[in-house]
Design a protein around this ligand. Sequence first.
Ligand SMILES: CC(C)(COP(=O)(O)OP(=O)(O)OC[C@H]1O[C@@H](n2cnc3c(N)ncnc32)[C@H](O)[C@@H]1OP(=O)(O)O)[C@@H](O)C(=O)NCCC(=O)NCCS
Length: 150
Amino acid sequence: MAPEIRDATHRDLARIVEIERLAFQTPWSLSSFQRELTLPFSRLTVAIGPRSELSEISGFLCRWIVSDECHVLNIAVHPDFRRSGIGASLLCTTISEARTKGASVVTLEVRRTNLPARCLYRKYKFEERRLRRNYYGPGEDAIVMELRFD
Ligand SMILES: CC(C)(COP(=O)(O)OP(=O)(O)OC[C@H]1O[C@@H](n2cnc3c(N)ncnc32)[C@H](O)[C@@H]1OP(=O)(O)O)[C@@H](O)C(=O)NCCC(=O)NCCS
């Protein structure tokens, strides 16, 4: 069953930070997420579920829409709920929203070594466009990926 996706509120931030810390070596701080909630061009969404009886937040996505570009800044799913379609639901909701709002492209950066995320983006037709060497630190390259709407 697809998870419910809704906008995050301040009350969700403790759980979002918990998931963030489990997902990344250099996690965003609470204040980074608080700031996103104040930016008019930013949207932070959460996934609830995957099962309807579980009202817990299982993942989140943060994106900006600026001009004709939607940029995905952050996406993570709690380790207990991975491989059950949560990341795909968050990403697909963002792609649909970007298309509806008239964006021509969805962009993101992904660590070259992050194969689960690269597979997720490729599954939804993102193309690997450029390499940004040492973007995440020495020897930690980023791949810029794009999904263009025709
Ligand atoms: C990347 C991430 C968000 C994926 O979330 P998820 O809910 O587990 O992904 P889904 O179950 O929706 O998977 C959708 C598709 O992504 C790909 N995928 C996801 N995890 C994968 C893995 N471990 N290995 C290979 N492919 C994977 C598959 O194509 C999958 O489709 P399939 O199940 O039909 O094979 C999750 O692994 C995560 O939170 N990672 C840590 C944070 C992170 O790296 N974020 C991305 C930063 S750029």
